[in-house]
Design a protein around this ligand. Structure first.
Ligand SMILES: [Zn+2]
Length: 291
């Protein structure tokens, strides 16, 4: 995978099918750097991140896409977010003692759900639920595209704990795609091996799969880890606690400390911040809104 931290479309001439390739290297390691996740969680989060990057490549507006898996067993939550510019972050919550390394994604989430949320900067948010079908995240997302969007899709996701990669082959929504075109390209796509997805650069991978096709790679765009947490939003998130409770903490500790779960950034709030949070305007001194 020489195409580190990039997302790149594949264009097929004369076929109403698109492809998207992504490779996450520093993006993946930076996103997990503040966490000591066990191998199975590292792998699954890598796949979630690659999937979020690929799905966000179809966003036609400014905003973010959130892929969130929730379960009631060993894994409580896996989440990967990507903005329309492929700025990614991810997080997991799990019970390490219950984790079984040899259990599939859908078994780890048994009884749970996988949701895709699209949050435009302006306008309505959209949420779709993904059936927990098959073994893997890619199986679940293929089912989602088939049932929710009536789009034939093939998704490959891979992560070795150090890097992650993804490849999507999908019928173009407007055209619907000719069945024989889909059958042909998806058969070629299905021969992709996990090691190839992780190790081959995009041009080599394209040649390996589709050398007899008229196809080419579109210009690549960057993917990176970025957490857009802020002092203002972190303070606002404290509203679920009572003002009295927060003042008690501030009085005994000298401040209320809140760490960002994604990037580890620590935010400190004093008594004046807390008073302002619960005042009519809700604007705390030192918050972004007053700068
Ligand atoms: Zn953060």
């Amino acid at each position: 995978m020489s195409d580190h931290d990039q997302i790149q479309r594949i264009l097929f001439d004369q076929r109403d099918i698109r492809g998207v390739l992504t490779g996450l290297d520093n993006t993946y390691r930076d996103a997990l750097a503040n966490h000591d996740y066990p191998p199975v969680i590292r792998r699954l989060l890598g796949e979630m991140m690659a999937a979020a990057a690929i799905l966000s490549a179809n966003l036609k507006f400014e905003g973010r896409l959130i892929l969130q898996a929730q379960g009631s067993g060993a894994v409580q939550m896996l989440m990967a977010e990507s903005t329309h510019e492929q700025k990614l972050r991810a997080i997991a919550r799990f019970d390490a003692e219950q984790l079984d390394e040899n259990v599939s994604f859908t078994q780890l989430l048994k009884g749970g759900a996988l949701a895709i949320t699209i949050m435009p900067l302006k306008g309505q948010r959209y949420q779709g639920y993904v059936p927990l079908e098959g073994e893997n995240l890619s199986d679940c997302l293929e089912a989602y595209f088939r049932y929710s969007e009536q789009l034939n899709s093939q998704l490959h996701l891979a992560c070795d704990g150090e890097k992650a990669a993804g490849f999507l082959l999908q019928v173009l929504p407007a055209e619907g795609g000719k069945t024989e075109d889909w059958n042909h390209l998806s058969q070629l796509g299905a021969t992709l091996k996990t090691e190839e997805l992780l190790e081959l650069d995009n041009q080599t991978l394209l040649y390996r799969l589709f050398h007899e096709e008229d196809c080419r790679l579109h210009e690549a765009s960057p993917v990176l880890f970025y957490c857009d947490c802020s002092r203002e939003r972190t303070l606002a998130s404290l509203r679920f606690m009572s003002e009295e409770e927060l003042h008690e903490i501030a009085a005994s500790e000298g401040h209320v400390e809140v760490g960002c779960q994604f990037c580890g950034e620590a935010y400190y709030f004093d008594a004046a911040d807390i008073t302002a949070l619960f005042s009519a305007t809700g604007q705390a001194p030192g918050s972004e809104a007053t700068h």
